[in-house]
Design a protein around this ligand. Sequence first.
Ligand code: KG4
Ligand code: ZN
Length: 337
Amino acid sequence: MRILGIETSCDETGVAVFDDEKGLLSHELYSQVKLHADYGGVVPELASRDHVRKIVPLIKKALLDANTDHNTLDGIAFTQGPGLVGALLVGSSVARSLAYAWDKPAVGVHHMEGHLLAPMLETHAPAFPFVALLVSGGHSMLVDVKGIGEYEVLGESIDDAAGEAFDKTAKLLGLDYPGGPLLAKLAEQGEAGHYKFPRPMTDRPGLDFSFSGLKTFAANTIRDADDTAQTKANIAYAFQEAVVDTLIIKCRRALKQTGRKRLVIAGGVSANTYLRDAMKAMMAKMNGEVFYPSLGFCTDNGAMIAYAGMQRLKAAQYSPLSAAAKPRWPLDSLPAL
Ligand code: KG4
Ligand code: ZN
């Protein structure tokens, strides 16, 4: 079976063709980063308009690169939510129009399920069950995953998401949007031991996160510090170390609580090398294994939506053509396969 996947939940237009026997046949990505950089964050109306401009050419290119056309498709998957409503509407309208015109089923995909299943695109994919740490710009959560659609949310952020904390702290350090990867790069020049950021909510039981205090701590630290490049790098290092340390403490707790031996880390922040290395070391100590998407599929992309859509398509879990975009959509409300 073959599916087209369309992602437009935020500031990336992603399109991919996935075949359940041959794997990923093509994937296209257009990032709107430059468009939003001047504003220091995503401007929803500009995002929607740019998706409108890019989506059809990207779909044409994805089909061409996959050496195929719509006749070979068995369905069209699209991100139905959560995300920016205007951006979601573009992908869902185009996907459902194509489904109608080509007489194929449309499959609405949950964006975070897409992230969660992205490591399944790798050759060494995780087996169920596992604990998943989802860390993106909009969400941070720990999920016990028994199978596709069998999700128990163990904890989530009560304020800023991990990626959001990276972006806001990066902004305070004078870095461009989105600052997460730029802060990580700056931290590479930083030295350990100069600053000590708190590890929020680790001194009490539970698996929820809170990252907004780190941003405030960063603001105060930057205000009291000198303005040299080395100091900035040291602050970036200490911030990143605190976020990663906090995530490690919570993952370890979630693994102990559930008895799982496998950990999946996905979402934009899972592209962070410091995090990937630290989690690998932690899992080696626990005699477990950690799984990541490849770097290109950590942040938003069409491939993860095509993959998740394929699983739902095979289970005949289609969406009616009237399916509305869902800017808010709890992950644990999804049906099991
Ligand atoms: O999953 P994603 O592409 O979009 C959402 O669904 O939100 O995640 C984007 C987030 C941004 O906050 C970005 O700064 C962060 O992921 N990010 C990183 C890195 N690469 C992307 N944060 C830290 N280190 C990175 N290398
Ligand atoms: Zn995402």
